[in-house]
Write a protein that binds this ligand. Structure first.
Ligand code: ZN
Length: 275
Protein backbone atom coordinates (compact mmCIF):
# COMPACT_ATOMS: atom_id res chain seq x y z
CA UNK A 1 0.00 0.00 0.00
CA UNK A 2 1.36 3.45 -0.78
CA UNK A 3 1.97 6.02 1.91
CA UNK A 4 -0.90 8.24 0.87
CA UNK A 5 -3.38 5.42 1.55
CA UNK A 6 -1.89 3.71 4.59
CA UNK A 7 -3.55 4.67 7.90
CA UNK A 8 -1.29 7.11 9.73
CA UNK A 9 -0.86 9.00 12.97
CA UNK A 10 1.15 12.18 12.40
CA UNK A 11 3.04 12.49 15.69
CA UNK A 12 4.22 16.04 15.06
CA UNK A 13 2.05 18.85 13.68
CA UNK A 14 1.34 22.47 14.52
CA UNK A 15 -1.98 24.30 14.43
CA UNK A 16 -1.76 27.95 15.42
CA UNK A 17 -4.31 30.13 17.21
CA UNK A 18 -6.00 32.28 14.54
CA UNK A 19 -4.57 35.57 15.82
CA UNK A 20 -1.03 34.12 15.66
CA UNK A 21 -1.61 32.75 12.18
CA UNK A 22 -2.84 36.19 11.08
CA UNK A 23 0.33 37.78 12.48
CA UNK A 24 2.45 35.47 10.30
CA UNK A 25 0.33 36.35 7.26
CA UNK A 26 0.66 40.05 8.05
CA UNK A 27 4.46 39.91 8.21
CA UNK A 28 5.28 37.04 5.82
CA UNK A 29 2.41 37.12 3.31
CA UNK A 30 -0.59 34.96 2.32
CA UNK A 31 1.62 32.22 0.90
CA UNK A 32 3.81 31.78 3.96
CA UNK A 33 4.22 28.38 5.62
CA UNK A 34 2.22 29.28 8.71
CA UNK A 35 -0.74 30.56 6.66
CA UNK A 36 -1.71 26.85 6.37
CA UNK A 37 -1.58 26.24 10.13
CA UNK A 38 -5.36 26.45 10.61
CA UNK A 39 -7.65 23.62 11.62
CA UNK A 40 -9.95 23.66 8.54
CA UNK A 41 -7.09 23.39 6.04
CA UNK A 42 -5.53 20.62 8.11
CA UNK A 43 -8.68 18.53 8.48
CA UNK A 44 -9.10 18.42 4.70
CA UNK A 45 -5.56 17.08 4.42
CA UNK A 46 -6.30 14.41 7.05
CA UNK A 47 -9.00 12.98 4.78
CA UNK A 48 -6.91 13.26 1.65
CA UNK A 49 -3.83 11.55 3.15
CA UNK A 50 -5.55 9.13 5.56
CA UNK A 51 -4.23 10.75 8.73
CA UNK A 52 -6.29 8.95 11.35
CA UNK A 53 -5.01 11.14 14.18
CA UNK A 54 -2.51 13.95 14.61
CA UNK A 55 -0.56 15.04 17.67
CA UNK A 56 -0.60 18.78 18.28
CA UNK A 57 2.85 19.82 19.45
CA UNK A 58 3.54 23.13 21.19
CA UNK A 59 6.99 24.74 20.97
CA UNK A 60 7.59 26.13 24.48
CA UNK A 61 7.41 29.50 22.76
CA UNK A 62 4.87 31.91 24.24
CA UNK A 63 5.23 34.32 21.33
CA UNK A 64 4.51 31.76 18.62
CA UNK A 65 1.60 30.34 20.69
CA UNK A 66 0.61 31.64 24.13
CA UNK A 67 1.91 31.15 27.67
CA UNK A 68 1.74 27.45 28.51
CA UNK A 69 -1.64 27.30 30.29
CA UNK A 70 -3.40 29.14 27.48
CA UNK A 71 -1.61 27.10 24.78
CA UNK A 72 -2.68 23.88 26.52
CA UNK A 73 -6.26 25.17 26.75
CA UNK A 74 -6.18 26.11 23.06
CA UNK A 75 -5.13 22.54 22.18
CA UNK A 76 -7.70 21.09 24.59
CA UNK A 77 -10.45 23.01 22.75
CA UNK A 78 -9.41 21.39 19.47
CA UNK A 79 -9.45 17.94 21.09
CA UNK A 80 -12.88 18.62 22.55
CA UNK A 81 -14.21 19.63 19.16
CA UNK A 82 -12.59 16.70 17.29
CA UNK A 83 -12.08 13.99 19.95
CA UNK A 84 -11.18 11.22 17.52
CA UNK A 85 -8.82 13.24 15.37
CA UNK A 86 -6.42 15.03 17.71
CA UNK A 87 -4.10 14.38 20.64
CA UNK A 88 -1.92 17.06 22.23
CA UNK A 89 1.33 17.19 24.15
CA UNK A 90 1.56 19.78 26.92
CA UNK A 91 3.46 23.04 26.76
CA UNK A 92 5.62 24.52 29.51
CA UNK A 93 7.31 27.91 29.88
CA UNK A 94 10.86 28.96 30.56
CA UNK A 95 10.15 31.33 33.40
CA UNK A 96 13.47 31.30 35.20
CA UNK A 97 13.67 29.28 38.38
CA UNK A 98 9.84 29.10 38.47
CA UNK A 99 10.14 26.34 35.89
CA UNK A 100 11.02 23.90 38.69
CA UNK A 101 7.85 24.62 40.66
CA UNK A 102 5.37 25.58 37.97
CA UNK A 103 6.11 23.23 35.08
CA UNK A 104 5.20 20.02 36.97
CA UNK A 105 1.86 21.50 38.04
CA UNK A 106 1.18 22.89 34.58
CA UNK A 107 1.81 19.41 33.17
CA UNK A 108 -0.42 17.76 35.76
CA UNK A 109 -3.22 20.23 35.02
CA UNK A 110 -2.82 19.68 31.27
CA UNK A 111 -2.98 15.88 31.60
CA UNK A 112 -5.60 15.49 34.34
CA UNK A 113 -7.89 18.45 33.75
CA UNK A 114 -7.46 19.21 30.06
CA UNK A 115 -7.04 15.66 28.77
CA UNK A 116 -3.69 16.14 27.04
CA UNK A 117 -1.42 13.13 26.49
CA UNK A 118 2.27 13.96 26.79
CA UNK A 119 4.91 16.63 27.30
CA UNK A 120 6.80 18.56 24.64
CA UNK A 121 10.23 19.94 25.48
CA UNK A 122 12.00 22.33 23.12
CA UNK A 123 15.34 23.03 24.84
CA UNK A 124 16.44 25.80 22.42
CA UNK A 125 13.21 27.71 23.00
CA UNK A 126 13.52 27.09 26.75
CA UNK A 127 17.11 28.41 26.47
CA UNK A 128 18.46 25.49 28.46
CA UNK A 129 20.18 22.21 27.72
CA UNK A 130 18.08 19.10 27.22
CA UNK A 131 19.79 17.61 30.29
CA UNK A 132 19.44 20.74 32.46
CA UNK A 133 18.65 19.71 36.04
CA UNK A 134 15.83 22.30 36.15
CA UNK A 135 13.89 19.92 33.87
CA UNK A 136 14.07 17.09 36.41
CA UNK A 137 10.90 18.03 38.35
CA UNK A 138 8.71 18.18 35.23
CA UNK A 139 10.21 14.91 33.94
CA UNK A 140 9.57 13.24 37.32
CA UNK A 141 5.96 14.40 36.97
CA UNK A 142 5.76 12.98 33.42
CA UNK A 143 7.03 9.64 34.78
CA UNK A 144 4.46 9.73 37.60
CA UNK A 145 1.66 10.54 35.14
CA UNK A 146 2.97 7.85 32.74
CA UNK A 147 2.95 10.17 29.73
CA UNK A 148 5.47 10.24 26.87
CA UNK A 149 7.89 13.12 26.35
CA UNK A 150 8.91 14.52 22.97
CA UNK A 151 12.21 16.39 22.81
CA UNK A 152 12.85 18.76 19.92
CA UNK A 153 16.23 17.94 18.44
CA UNK A 154 17.24 19.84 15.35
CA UNK A 155 19.05 23.05 14.59
CA UNK A 156 16.59 25.93 14.90
CA UNK A 157 16.25 29.64 14.39
CA UNK A 158 16.34 30.79 17.98
CA UNK A 159 18.82 29.95 20.70
CA UNK A 160 21.75 27.56 20.64
CA UNK A 161 21.87 24.40 18.51
CA UNK A 162 23.57 22.31 21.13
CA UNK A 163 20.78 22.85 23.68
CA UNK A 164 18.99 20.07 21.77
CA UNK A 165 21.94 17.76 21.12
CA UNK A 166 20.86 14.09 21.10
CA UNK A 167 23.72 13.30 23.52
CA UNK A 168 22.04 15.56 26.07
CA UNK A 169 18.64 13.96 25.43
CA UNK A 170 20.36 10.60 25.90
CA UNK A 171 21.29 11.55 29.47
CA UNK A 172 17.63 12.09 30.38
CA UNK A 173 16.71 8.83 28.63
CA UNK A 174 19.29 7.06 30.79
CA UNK A 175 18.16 8.57 34.10
CA UNK A 176 14.41 8.27 33.40
CA UNK A 177 14.04 4.66 32.23
CA UNK A 178 10.33 4.88 33.11
CA UNK A 179 9.59 7.56 30.47
CA UNK A 180 8.98 6.90 26.78
CA UNK A 181 11.05 9.58 25.04
CA UNK A 182 10.59 10.55 21.41
CA UNK A 183 13.49 12.47 19.88
CA UNK A 184 12.00 14.71 17.17
CA UNK A 185 13.50 15.09 13.69
CA UNK A 186 15.72 11.98 14.13
CA UNK A 187 18.16 14.20 16.03
CA UNK A 188 18.48 16.49 12.99
CA UNK A 189 21.92 16.55 11.45
CA UNK A 190 23.25 14.93 14.62
CA UNK A 191 21.29 11.83 13.62
CA UNK A 192 24.24 9.51 14.32
CA UNK A 193 24.16 10.52 17.99
CA UNK A 194 20.38 10.00 18.05
CA UNK A 195 20.86 6.60 16.41
CA UNK A 196 23.38 5.41 19.01
CA UNK A 197 22.00 7.27 22.03
CA UNK A 198 18.25 7.82 21.80
CA UNK A 199 15.20 5.56 21.67
CA UNK A 200 12.12 6.48 19.60
CA UNK A 201 12.63 9.08 16.85
CA UNK A 202 10.13 10.92 14.67
CA UNK A 203 11.00 11.49 11.01
CA UNK A 204 9.42 14.95 10.86
CA UNK A 205 10.94 17.95 9.08
CA UNK A 206 14.30 16.38 8.29
CA UNK A 207 13.43 13.62 5.81
CA UNK A 208 13.40 15.85 2.66
CA UNK A 209 16.69 17.41 3.86
CA UNK A 210 18.28 13.97 4.03
CA UNK A 211 17.07 13.22 0.50
CA UNK A 212 18.45 16.51 -0.79
CA UNK A 213 21.78 15.95 0.89
CA UNK A 214 22.28 12.21 0.45
CA UNK A 215 19.79 11.01 -2.18
CA UNK A 216 17.14 8.31 -1.84
CA UNK A 217 19.41 5.31 -1.38
CA UNK A 218 21.44 6.75 1.48
CA UNK A 219 18.28 8.13 3.14
CA UNK A 220 16.87 4.62 2.95
CA UNK A 221 20.03 3.32 4.66
CA UNK A 222 19.71 5.96 7.41
CA UNK A 223 16.07 5.00 8.08
CA UNK A 224 17.04 1.30 8.00
CA UNK A 225 19.87 1.99 10.46
CA UNK A 226 17.30 3.28 12.98
CA UNK A 227 14.96 0.43 12.07
CA UNK A 228 11.18 0.25 11.73
CA UNK A 229 10.94 -0.57 15.46
CA UNK A 230 12.10 2.94 16.40
CA UNK A 231 10.75 5.21 13.65
CA UNK A 232 7.60 7.29 14.10
CA UNK A 233 5.80 9.03 11.25
CA UNK A 234 5.58 12.81 11.59
CA UNK A 235 5.90 15.76 9.25
CA UNK A 236 6.08 18.95 11.34
CA UNK A 237 3.11 20.24 9.29
CA UNK A 238 2.83 23.03 8.10
CA UNK A 239 6.61 23.14 7.75
CA UNK A 240 6.50 20.07 5.49
CA UNK A 241 3.93 18.81 2.94
CA UNK A 242 2.27 15.39 2.92
CA UNK A 243 2.70 14.99 -0.83
CA UNK A 244 6.48 15.24 -0.50
CA UNK A 245 6.66 13.00 2.58
CA UNK A 246 4.54 10.29 0.95
CA UNK A 247 6.51 10.39 -2.30
CA UNK A 248 9.81 9.99 -0.41
CA UNK A 249 8.53 7.20 1.82
CA UNK A 250 7.12 5.36 -1.22
CA UNK A 251 10.70 5.07 -2.50
CA UNK A 252 11.95 3.34 0.68
CA UNK A 253 12.13 -0.45 0.84
CA UNK A 254 9.97 -1.05 3.92
CA UNK A 255 7.73 -4.12 4.03
CA UNK A 256 4.00 -3.67 4.61
CA UNK A 257 4.43 -4.69 8.26
CA UNK A 258 7.26 -2.19 8.74
CA UNK A 259 5.20 0.57 7.13
CA UNK A 260 2.34 -0.12 9.57
CA UNK A 261 4.74 0.16 12.52
CA UNK A 262 6.20 3.46 11.35
CA UNK A 263 2.88 4.94 10.20
CA UNK A 264 0.73 3.94 13.16
CA UNK A 265 1.63 1.11 15.52
CA UNK A 266 4.79 2.47 17.18
CA UNK A 267 3.26 5.77 18.30
CA UNK A 268 -0.03 4.07 19.11
CA UNK A 269 1.75 1.61 21.43
CA UNK A 270 3.45 4.54 23.25
CA UNK A 271 0.11 6.33 23.72
CA UNK A 272 -1.50 3.13 25.02
CA UNK A 273 1.16 2.82 27.76
CA UNK A 274 -0.50 5.79 29.46
CA UNK A 275 -2.33 5.08 32.72
ZN1 ZN B 1 7.69 21.06 15.22
Amino acid sequence: MDWKKIKKIDAHIHILPEEKQLEFIKYQGEECTWAKADIETYINLMDEYNIDKAILQPTNDMYMYYPARKTNEFHAEIIKKYPNKFIAFADINANGSYIMDEAPYELEYAIKELGLHGLKLHPSNLAMDADDLRLVPVLRKAAELKVPVMYHSNPCMMGFHDNCAPDKINKMIMVFPDIQFITAHMGGMKYLDAWSGCTWVDISFVLPEFVELYGIEQTNRILRMFGAERLIFGTDYPEREYELYCSILDKMDFTEEEKRKIAYENINSILLMEK
